[in-house]
Design a protein around this ligand. Structure first.
Ligand SMILES: [Zn+2]
Length: 395
């Protein structure tokens, strides 16, 4: 597989001589153990040859992940979906999650010492996004796949209670320590996965997949399984780490290599997730670029042809990655944020600038192959100009 675009940022992305993230001793130790298991094929991997959209037109983007492990990524030229390659095989996943996932990713061997897998507020946020779509009922059934330590469900229940909605919850988990944590919070949790829940012969008003979907390998199969737990009005909340907000995340070192990780089989943006969901028979009710989204089953069969139209974000992704490598987006974002935090009276102005920034971004990220280099550079200087004006305004 070759790289048609011989540009500096592409070469930078293909580096193998660095560890993009700073690792503590525990992460380092588990990284080395993982590498041994990988070399000895205790952890099995497979190559990706085809995109979820059916295209074979794939281009290499990176060769390593945030830990410097040999899990690179491919981008589909026909839809823009970014896929991890090689990727761990399904048969190795339970071993991997049991032994490696937590210590390697969080740098902490004991779950007890680990703070919540997600910062507080995740369950509250999900309730806020979903509440307008919920059926007007006093009691709703909510399923969370991969409930972790139960924070999302317990916060969600609390928020619902404020609106006089009783939540009958169920969580699934693979990790027994997590199940115990859920029990401490009185969150009803079972050991298992979607298949386990299908065995219960139940349907739900809402199913939550919060930072879970990107870990799945066979997305179409998982979605087909989920459908068995859904009725016409069931809502499906899917949240994954959006590719187009890397510049806002210090946690990822504001870089693609700091974001990319072997445990995520796919790196989605709004369009690439929508493509996949539409093809699998879901319709979108809400989605943003952070990739917080709400779906339901598609009702209108006649409308399905139109909905299956694939929105290709290939160029947008590459444009974004180039801008990201130049640090402009991150600087711009940070300045705005600092301004926002230090001068509360200027919030409205901040909102306006932020909107303008987003519009510029959208403009810059137009079809890459259609944009000449010169016009790209002009747009960058426009952004720099905006940045400068902002600095002047502040002083
Ligand atoms: Zn594709």
């Amino acid at each position: 597989m070759d790289n048609l675009l011989n540009q500096d940022f592409r070469k930078e992305l293909l580096r193998t001589d660095i560890i993009p993230r700073k690792l503590n001793e525990i992460s380092q130790k588990y990284r080395n153990m993982f590498l041994e298991d990988f070399k000895n094929k205790v952890i099995k991997t497979e190559l990706v040859e085809k995109c979820q959209c059916g295209s074979l037109n794939l281009e290499e983007l990176t060769k390593i992940d945030r830990f410097g492990l040999p899990f690179g990524s491919l981008i589909c030229r026909d839809c823009g979906l970014v896929m991890t390659n090689p990727r761990m095989s399904q048969e190795s996943l339970s071993y991997y999650y049991d032994k490696y996932y937590h210590p390697l990713n969080y740098g902490e061997e004991h779950l007890e010492n680990q703070v919540a897998l997600f910062e507080d507020g995740q369950g509250k946020k999900i309730f806020t996004i979903i509440k307008d779509f919920l059926p007007k009922k006093e009691k709703i059934s909510v399923l969370e796949i991969g409930a972790g330590t139960g924070n999302v469900l317990s916060e969600f229940k609390e928020e619902a209670k404020k609106e006089n909605i009783i939540v009958e919850e169920l969580g699934t988990e693979y990790n027994n320590n997590c199940i115990n944590k859920c029990k401490e919070k009185s969150i009803n949790t079972i050991f298992g996965n979607i298949q386990t829940v299908i065995g219960l012969n139940k349907k739900f008003d809402l199913i939550i997949l919060s930072h879970v979907f990107e870990h799945f390998i066979d997305l179409n199969k998982e979605l087909d399984d989920l459908k068995q737990l859904m009725v016409d009005k069931t809502l499906l909340y899917v949240e994954v780490p959006g590719l187009f907000v890397i510049h806002e995340k210090d946690y990822y070192n504001n870089s693609f290599l700091g974001y990319h990780i072997h445990a995520h089989m796919f790196n989605f943006n709004k369009d690439s997730l929508n493509n996949l969901m539409h093809m699998s028979g879901f319709e979108s009710k809400f989605i943003n670029e952070k990739v917080e989204s709400v779906y339901s089953l598609k009702h209108n069969i006649n409308g399905s042809i139109q909905n299956n139209f694939i929105k290709n974000s290939y160029s947008k992704v590459l444009n974004y990655l180039e801008l990201l490598s130049e640090g402009i987006l991150t600087n711009f974002y940070k300045t705005l944020k600092r301004w926002h935090e230090t001068e509360k009276s200027k919030r409205e102005k901040y909102q306006r600038w932020n909107q303008q920034n987003n519009k510029k971004l959208e403009k810059i990220c137009i079809q890459y192959d259609k944009v000449k280099r010169a016009s790209y550079i002009r747009k960058i200087s426009e952004l720099k100009e905006l940045f400068k004006i902002l600095g002047d305004l502040k002083s």
